[in-house]
Design a protein around this ligand. Structure first.
Ligand SMILES: Nc1nc2c(c(=O)[nH]1)N[C@@H](CN(C=O)c1ccc(C(=O)N[C@@H](CCC(=O)O)C(=O)O)cc1)CN2
Length: 298
């Protein structure tokens, strides 16, 4: 088997942001409103600071209204809930995103469930999770929806394909499985306690790795020709680059896997950039649905 095709998430995300910008311009021109996104960061986690900065920057670049709230690491749950209540009541805000992870003193699910489900552009509210599971009109978590868009772009119709999702988090694994089921795949959800995980993965036509363990999925876990989507973003030491240097790797051992797979997402430049592009798309969708306006094609 030769080297698999590289799925360029960065390029796809750029195209999606262009289509979102077009949709925003159309809404401003024809409907007289500008979608707005509020992003809330609690604490100083360096990676979260970069993601929040990029979210605000890209929100403005596609022509939307951007609101940023940065709170101290020792912020109480009560203070955060009061801010969420304000944003729920603010008509200029169509989407609310609280950057995860949150500091230990805060109950994350309580905060996510305080967001108005109509403004829950992360799709983490239990109402949106329930709608996704039952085929309703949900706002869908950005990373798994980004993976689905990449898969459909690559494979077209996914009907009847066996998809194995490694990971069962509420944020990626479970919604990913629901989306693949909705696309008529046969879905297996595997995880760190699955017996003979390698053999389960080898059955996959589509393999989605979302376990958060650097390079756990090896080349010989992959069925020849399979499409591999690597959701992991792990920073690991890179002594070859110099003392104290690091590099990003996924949950899949990329070089080995690319030898066997039909197509594979790289890290960086695969799934990661899709997360923010889909967030912008979800914000347009939320803005239109709140006003009873048809959602422009994106
Ligand atoms: N409320 C949320 N919190 C978090 C989410 C989320 O969807 N909602 N996801 C992640 C972080 N995240 C966005 O918030 C995110 C992760 C990665 C990327 C990305 O573009 N990654 C690049 C590499 C970036 C780097 O150099 O570090 C890539 O993979 O190419 C964007 C957004 C957790 N929190």
């Amino acid at each position: 088997m030769g080297t698999g095709a590289i799925i360029d998430g960065k390029a796809f995300a750029e195209g999606l942001r262009g289509r979102v910008a077009g949709a925003v311009a159309e809404l401003v021109r024809d409907r007289g409103f500008k979608p707005g996104l509020a992003v809330v960061l609690v604490g100083e986690d360096p990676a979260s600071q970069v993601y929040v900065r990029n979210k605000a920057k890209q929100t403005v670049e596609v022509g939307m209204h951007s609101v940023e709230h940065r709170l101290d690491a020792d912020t109480s749950q009560e203070t955060l809930l009061a801010l969420i209540a304000e944003l729920n009541a603010d008509d200029a805000v169509d989407g609310i995103l609280v950057q995860l992870p949150l500091p230990a003193q805060i109950d994350s699910q309580a905060v996510l469930d305080a967001i108005d489900p109509a403004k829950d552009v992360d799709g983490f509210h239990v109402v949106n999770a329930g709608r996704l599971a039952t085929g309703g009109a949900a706002l869908v978590p950005c990373t798994p929806l980004g993976c689905l868009l990449l898969l459909k772009d690559r494979l077209g119709d996914l009907s009847g394909l066996h998809a194995v999702v490694v990971g069962r988090s509420n944020i990626v694994g479970k919604p990913m499985a629901q989306l693949l089921l909705g696309a008529n795949c046969t879905v297996t959800v595997a995880h760190s306690r699955t017996r003979d995980l390698a053999a389960v993965c080898r059955q996959a036509d589509i393999l989605v790795a979302a376990v958060g363990r650097p390079e756990m999925v090896r080349g010989d876990w992959i069925k020849p020709g399979a499409t591999v989507i690597d959701v992991g973003i792990n920073r690991v030491p890179a002594p070859d680059k110099g003392e104290g240097k690091t590099r990003l790797v996924g949950d899949v051992a990329f070089a080995e896997a690319a030898e066997v797979a039909g197509a594979i997402t790289p890290v960086p430049g695969g799934v990661g950039p899709m997360t923010i592009a889909v967030l912008l798309r979800n914000t347009v969708e939320a803005a239109c649905r709140r006003r009873g306006v048809p959602v422009p094609g994106m």
